[in-house]
Structure formats: structure tokens, C-alpha cells
Write a protein that binds this ligand. Structure first.
Ligand code: GDP
Length: 211
């Protein structure tokens, strides 16, 4: 990754970061505007912590006390350049079936035909690796032809060797997936590892889109 794009990423996230809109109803989403980059993953994957680390804020995204509580899409404006979209987490064990169905419906109503959605960041907990439920979400993203990129979280919790093996295994897992972006980014919100690289990947994506 070049120094220039790392610097672009740093600058991109060094400005404003503001809450814009939250809704759990697909008929009440913020109208399309700037490019959107969405984040999702299993409940407790570290999504709120990652949004806060990216934006260098303590509590832009609220870290969840009750897993799976938030069933809303939350939109943030970043530096008047693009929107981060905090999608609800999935796959919490105690969720009743109707909740899972509601999640799926909200997410796919949003994903389908959102022309400004540039990419979904699919978060995977490095201690756990991708699970069947993650594969199901990837299946759905492939089907909807929504570009997605794997971001490993909590990488401070495993050794360098384990991380290497996990990246290789995850790369293999996504190799044949049509909508998966090949580069996997390993992060630790706690230690800051991989945060500059993830910011740079976002900056690159915006630049590729001419945004
Ligand atoms: P969310 O439910 O996906 O939004 O996850 P949270 O951001 O609320 O984090 C879930 C739990 O994981 C919390 O206890 C966090 O402190 C912890 N966590 C999040 N990021 C990291 C990280 O980078 N390293 C470690 N060790 N723990 C983390």
C-alpha cells in the first residue's frame, strides 16, 4: 500500500464524522446521496469499536450492551465525502426466528438497488474465523452482486502465526466468491493495527469511484 493512499486515508477520517439518520424501516431510509460503505458482521464482532477507531471517536457508534439489540441502519456522514452505514449485527444465538427474518429483510431491502452502496465491509472475529452464518451472508451478498470485503477484527487476540493461517484460510474460503474483494484487512481497534490500511482502502475505493 503506497504512502500516498495511506495519507489520503488518514486525511479522509481526520475531519468531521456526524450522525445523519437511523431507521429500521426500509421505507424510511435516508435518500440516496453520497457513496455509502456499510459494515456488518456477527453480533459482538467489534463493529462499533471499529467505527469508533476508524473515525477516531470514543462513542460515535454505540457499543452494544445487549447483543443484537439494534435492528437499525445507522448512517454517518464522514467529512462530507461519503457515508458509513452501520448495519445491524447478525447471528446471535438467542435471537428468535422472527428477528433473524426481520434482519434479513431490512438488510436486503437496503442492499437491493442501493446504487450508491459501494461496498460492504464484512467483519469477522479473528478468534473465531468465518462461520456458517457468515457464509450465508456472503451467499446473499454474492446473489445481490454487492461488493464486499472481509475485515478481521480483534487481531490482537491471536498470534502472528495464527493470523497468517487465518488470512490464508479466509482467502481460500472467498476465492470462488464472485462479489468478494480479494484483499483481506486485519485490524485491532484496541491496538490500532490495520486501521490506517482500512482507511486507505476506503480512500482508494472513493478514488476508484471518482468520489
Ligand atoms: P459490536 O457488537 O459488533 O458493535 O461489538 P463491540 O464494538 O461492542 O465489541 C464487542 C466486544 O469486543 C467488546 O467487549 C469490545 O471491547 C471487544 N472488542 C472490540 N474490538 C476489539 C479489539 O480490537 N480487540 C479486543 N481485544 N477486543 C475488542
Amino acid at each position: 500500500m503506497s504512502d500516498d493512499i495511506l495519507e489520503d486515508g488518514r486525511k479522509l477520517f481526520a475531519g468531521t464524522a456526524d450522525f445523519l439518520w437511523a431507521s429500521g424501516d426500509k421505507d424510511n431510509l435516508i435518500p440516496e446521496g453520497p457513496i455509502e460503505i456499510a459494515l456488518t458482521g456477527r453480533s459482538n464482532v467489534g463493529k462499533s469499536s471499529l467505527i469508533n477507531a476508524l473515525t477516531n471517536r470514543k462513542a460515535l457508534a454505540r457499543t452494544s450492551v445487549t447483543p443484537g439489540r439494534t435492528q437499525e441502519l445507522v448512517f454517518f456522514d464522514i467529512n462530507n465525502r461519503f457515508r458509513l452505514v452501520d448495519m445491524p449485527g447478525y447471528g446471535y444465538a438467542e435471537a428468535p426466528k422472527e428477528k433473524v427474518a426481520a434482519w434479513t429483510k431490512l438488510i436486503f431491502d437496503y442492499l437491493r438497488g442501493r446504487s450508491t452502496l459501494a461496498r460492504v465491509l464484512l467483519l469477522i472475529d479473528a478468534r473465531r474465523g468465518a462461520k456458517e452464518v457468515d457464509d450465508q451472508v456472503m451467499d446473499a451478498l454474492d446473489k445481490a452482486a454487492v461488493s464486499y470485503q472481509i475485515v478481521l477484527t480483534k487481531c490482537d487476540q491471536i498470534s502472528g502465526k495464527e493470523l497468517e493461517a487465518l488470512i490464508a484460510a479466509t482467502q481460500k474460503r472467498i476465492a470462488k466468491r464472485p462479489a468478494a474483494f480479494p484483499q483481506i484487512i486485519a485490524t485491532s481497534s484496541l491496538k490500532g493495527a490495520g486501521i490506517p490500511e482500512l482507511r486507505a482502502a476506503v480512500a482508494q475505493l472513493l478514488s476508484d469511484r471518482g468520489a
